[in-house]
Design a protein around this ligand. Sequence first.
Ligand code: CTP
Length: 401
Amino acid sequence: MSGSYIAGKTIVVGVTGGIAAYKAVEVCRRLVDAGAHVIPVMTAGAEHFIGRTTLSALCSEPVQTSLWDEASPIPHTRLGQSADLILVVPATARLIGAYTAGLSTDLLTNILLATRAPVVICPAMHTEMWEHPAVQDNLAVLARRGVIIVEPDEGRLAGGDSGKGRLASPERIIAAIERTLGPTDLAGTRLVVTAGGTREPIDAVRVIANRSSGKQGYAIASVAASRGATVTLISTVGLPTPVGVDLVSVETAAQMQAAVSHAAQTADIVIMAAAVADFRPKTVVANKIKKGDGIPDIVLEPTPDILAALGATKRPGQILVGFAAETDDLVANAGAKLQRKNLDLIVANDVSAPGVGFQHDTNAVCLLRPEGPMVTIDLTDKHSIAGAVIDAIVEIRAGLT
Ligand code: CTP
């Protein structure tokens, strides 16, 4: 990873009214220490939790709280336009709701609507509120619009409760800002990524499927797009399409192969994050197989190995990335796949470990290359894993060009 991209940047920090407001003070201090020009903005709610003087003293300008300041008319457009990044820490359910709905109720929501700068929000609230469908739906909409959401941690909450909803650590918040302000180091590249598990039909209603959620592939698509790549996402699942990404929907291994081999012709980078079925029914029964007809013999045949085919026809300079979901001998098995499929990088995860791989929001992986060191990434969110995969690809490209 790189040095600080925060130095010299103007960051508007919006603080809203939650108990975690006191932690915003530490985040502001770290941003100032990293060389940012930090402009604090507080909502009326925030003033119940921390004093203006605290933020004004720590930041680069006095705190702003109102749209109606004669000394500085239309502060929201001035602040929104001058910012390199807007950070909201903590972000309450109210702020998230207003921002999603496009309601400009106070200075901070006006700034959020008036800016073209990237926005990072750090939700913090009680678990029940965090899990409420209204909040989750709003966050999904914001994520699709390109807002970076730093998910809360699990831990102690106000009033002695505990659960998910505790503000992310200052380290995670600063890392998200670094990533957001970091280089668009994939600018000018075309990247293809697959996501989800294929579904292979048995008859008119039944399929052979697997447990892949597609979340890791979507996270890679999102991170790659934010770092400047032109991204085609070939997917079997219906998650919200990340902003700026072209989606191709497929269902079977054969459809995925057709879409991937077409897109790969012009791609600089192909990442096979999908869980492709290795076998499919040899014949698909046109109608529904009826119970009364007895137990069917379903004869399987192998599917095409999409990645191996790409590896066999790889263009000079093209980067091929595979995934290996293993339950035993992680490094040895993944290393063998790397060689066999002629890959530049393989992302290996032990899907038997808790919180790893299929259907989780978190993952833990080893990144293996034909030469060079193995990188191990401990359990973290899938966006962070995606960032590490893209970092490795950027390193490989730097060695190629
Ligand atoms: N893959 C593919 N086409 C297939 C099967 C897998 O492109 N028909 C890709 C996956 O997307 C993944 C990588 O190959 O990136 C590893 O897949 P996996 O099924 O784990 O490897 P296999 O070679 O099938 O080995 P094994 O079944 O022994 O684990």
